[in-house]
Design a protein around this ligand. Sequence first.
Ligand SMILES: [Zn+2]
Length: 512
Amino acid sequence: MTRFYLTTAIDYANGDPHLGHAYEKVGADAIARYRRLRGDEVHFLIGMDEHGHKVAQAADEEGVPPQQFVDRITGKFQETWRRLAITNDQFIRTTDPAHKAGVRSLIERVFARNPDDLYEKAYEGWYCVGCELFKRDDEIENGKCVLHQTRTLVWTEERNWFFRLTKYQDFVRRLLEERPQFLQPESRRNEILALLDRGLEDISISRARLAWAVPFPRPLSTGEQQGTWVWFDALPNYLTATGYPEPGYERRWPAQLHVIGKDITRLHCVVWPAQLEAAGLPLPERVWAHGFAYFKGERFSKSAGVALDLDEAIARYGPDAFRYFLLREIPFDADGNFTWERFEDRYTADLADAFGNLASRVLAMLERYRGGRVPEVGRSGDLDRAAEACVARYVAAMDGFLLHRGAQAAWDLVSEANAFVERRAPWALAKSGDDAALDATLAALARALVRIAVLSSPFIPAAAARLWDALGLSALPDSRAPSWDWIERPHVAGIQTRRIAPLFPKLERAAI
Ligand SMILES: [Zn+2]
């Protein structure tokens, strides 16, 4: 079996989960589910980034200790992921003692292997608490961080530990040139190459007066103990989650895929590889940087009333519909918008009319004309050939993490099957008594439904499972859930199906 260790960015615990968090988790979950379908041994990690100034500030504003604050926020995130049927195998929190020990061990490993890489320096500059980064002049606009126009930059003068990132400039360039798939999509890779052209700077990796942090393993020469910069604590979560530095972590590390947002490629594709190389550890295989999900032109809730209420969006048509909409509507390699109007349209057209209606009518016809039993017709026909073309497009898209195209390929098969029903008109065949033609038609539709249940399962897992069940497959040995074997050999003859209640019932259009 092929190992597939997959991670998402850990979410920063200073507020409630929002659309952007959900989009990334649902996307990574669809990849994890797809890899499992293909037979990979998947390990799917998500988690929370719980340290840093922003968290300490937010806890302070609420008047609670930081640990109590992050416990509550993390609980909310976990509840949301349960609702959205995220199938993570592990959930890491950077306040876990094992993670903190792992971070300190990783830094000590750099001290041991490349002692010149870590050094002390007095530093001054504009610091953005939003980014937890010192900002260069070209990253400042109107006296504020270009990414955080609502936050005030803080002029900061302090003595810190520094990481000699400049030493790894050529290493990172070679990495991106020799392994172009390391960072995808291509546009993101070009951004990092351009950043390298402008030149890297060494980065400060410890902070004075940062109590809510992993203590930096060594004090400054002045004796001052500082906190580890939050990103030097956060990035290693992917490694510490494997048990590092305890023996056996190599069985899982390196990761096959980091799924992240396009705004943190510099950290994942420059700082993280350099940090690992300095420690003499293998690099992850790939980083996929997805775009942003916007709602009314905003990424985050900046003011009340503007934000998409996640709970409301999930409740509107259920978790499957929300998952499907995000992944179909917002390209996984670009930006996109959540709008209630598009959500309503896709729910009605793609889920209720196309998918749900196909499942209902085919299962109803099987019951009406053949008592639910799929006729023994082994020959494949034009619908099977159409299905094979859809499957080929689906595989190409999903292997390349283009989830929106994967969803489209699956729904292309739904359209093909609906058109086949209209073309063959099984009700007319039944009326005319052409039993052989009716058998062939019903068997072809059953094969299509089986394939559709498999292909759609990464997007709408609950509905796919209900369809699987109604097709009588969950009752067969070794077929409890959709599996790829059924794509290649949809051996449906003789299976006992039953009618199904509407998978996506039509609701009255909400007043928006
Ligand atoms: Zn910023």
